[in-house]
Design a protein around this ligand. Structure first.
Ligand code: GDP
Ligand code: IMO
Ligand code: MG
Length: 428
């Protein structure tokens, strides 16, 4: 009964979408288990490029059932917009299943996300402004609206009323905004009911039955380990559990059913939004990584902060997630650098520290200790086996494998599905 998890091992945008797509033809179901349309997964198949935000990347694989799990927060307008966009390009989305227990992003939470960020000023998180944080906060505060609530108007109205009782006070008295009308919110949400109804299911039961039939379930994370609300660089994180533990709670699949955990890690590092990033570059090398790697957000278009590979972070992600295999992505982006620094430890207040420090204060003070590896100039985008790589690129991969806490089973040398080196089978 194989359940396989894909998680981001850094700060997001490692290439989870491509990795999911690579396995899409070999799995029966792909489940998104956390986050919402704060995610942006780009998948390139031949001449076609898809940017997915809310839908699991498995939607692009014919024969695979895409599932939006209970741990996801769903913006219904975005859901149908994304479905329509894919259908217009000839992608069949009819197999999509949505959990009855997933929470719905109401318009007032999008508003609150944006005004809170403005209110925070220099203390802002740099969120995507999609209402993610306030919607998860409602879930934890037991004020949330779930997909199933849309099928009972009385319950829906009571829940929206309950949520707005407090939020309208905050919106008007703290943020000086206009209050939100209960009827308007209820009406908007009810407008989606007929289209939504056939997609909604008891997804934990559906997944359990699929596993019983020995089907393969792929659990695809949004965001990443260092953005996880528990294990990330809090408070500069997203509001969901983006790690393997979240794959269980966000889908209803038990930990004992997970057979593989695939960590996606870039050959360098990037981050969008605020928060600590020890290997961040502010020089020409950072700009070269940004330009060569196309490091601009899929969701917000913001330039991504770029830096060198951080091994303590990778080891941390390996531990937190129980990574069995790493997929190392974007190795091709390093082509042309004379030497490539890798952060192997930190220096914190004059001391060498090998692992992710315990406190936020220490992490803010962490200076990278670099080891330097010789670069290569050959174009590697056509490499399809380790032997096709120049010796220095092979040595770089071997060095990363040694210090990152798990084996590297797949290497990306370009955005296309085909631009991939398979070292060990990710599913076998
Ligand atoms: P995700 O959020 O983890 O799915 O990653 P994103 O899609 O936001 O960002 C990864 C970007 O890198 C996308 O534009 C991918 O098409 C691209 N990409 C993925 N793997 C590779 C690779 O091995 N080489 C290059 N050059 N680009 C890649
Ligand atoms: P994928 O799935 C990179 C970041 C935001 C911000 C913080 C909180 O494509 O890897 P939120 O809107 O979630 O409350 O913002 O998290 N963030 C991401 N960064 N990739 C993502 O998703 C992200 N989703 C959220 O930039 O710093
Ligand atoms: Mg992304």
């Amino acid at each position: 009964m194989p359940a396989v998890v894909i998680v981001g091992a850094q700060w997001g945008d490692e290439g989870k979408g491509k990795a999911t797509d690579l396995l899409g033809s070999r799995v029966d179901l792909v489940v998104k288990f956390n986050g919402g349309n704060n995610a942006g997964h780009t998948v390139v198949i031949g001449d076609e490029k898809y940017a997915l935000h809310l839908l699991p990347s498995g939607i692009l694989s014919p024969g695979c059932t895409p599932v939006i799990g209970n741990g996801v927060v769903v913006d219904l307008e975005v859901l149908f917009h994304e479905i329509d966009g894919l259908e217009a390009r000839g992608i069949d989305t009819s197999r999509l299943v949505v959990s009855a227990n997933a929470h719905v992003i109401a318009d007032y939470n999008r508003t609150l996300d944006k005004v809170t960020e403005r209110f925070l000023g220099s203390r802002k998180i740099g969120t995507t402004g999609r209402g993610i944080g306030p919607t998860y906060a409602d879930k934890m505060n037991r004020l949330g609206v779930r997909v199933q609530d849309l099928f009972d108007e009385k319950i829906l109205r009571a829940k929206v009323e309950g949520a707005l009782e407090l939020k309208n006070q905050i919106l008007t008295k703290v943020y000086n905004r206009r209050s939100v009308d209960v009827d308007e919110v209820v009406e908007e949400l009810l407008g989606y009911v007929e289209r939504l109804r056939p997609m909604v299911a008891d997804t934990p039961l559906l997944l359990h039955e699929a596993l019983e039939r020995n089907e393969t379930v792929l659990l695809e994370a949004g965001q990443a380990t260092l953005l996880d609300v528990d294990h990330g660089t809090y408070p500069f994180v997203t509001s969901s559990s983006a790690t393997t533990g979240g794959a269980c709670t966000g889908s209803g699949i038990a930990p004992t059913q997970i057979t593989r955990v695939i960590g996606i890690v870039k050959a360098y590092a990037t981050r969008v939004g605020e928060g600590p990033f020890p290997t961040e570059l502010f020089d020409d090398d950072g700009e070269t990584l940004r330009q060569n790697g196309g490091e601009f957000g899929t969701t917000t278009g913001r330039p991504r902060r770029c830096g060198w590979y951080d091994a303590p972070i990778a080891r941390y992600a390996a531990r937190i997630n129980g990574v069995t295999d790493f997929v190392l992505t974007k190795l091709d982006v390093l082509t042309g650098f004379e030497q490539i620094p890798v952060c192997v430890a930190y220096e914190i207040d004059g001391e060498r520290v090998e692992e992710m420090p315990m406190t936020q204060t220490d992490f803010h003070h962490a200076k990278p200790v670099y080891e330097y590896f010789p670069g290569w100039t050959e174009d590697i985008s056509g490499a399809r086996s380790l032997e096709d790589l120049p010796a220095n690129a092979q040595a770089y991969v071997a060095a990363l494998e040694k210090i990152s806490g798990s084996r590297i089973s797949t290497i990306g040398v370009g955005p296309d599905r085909e631009q991939t080196i398979l070292v060990h089978d990710l599913l076998d």
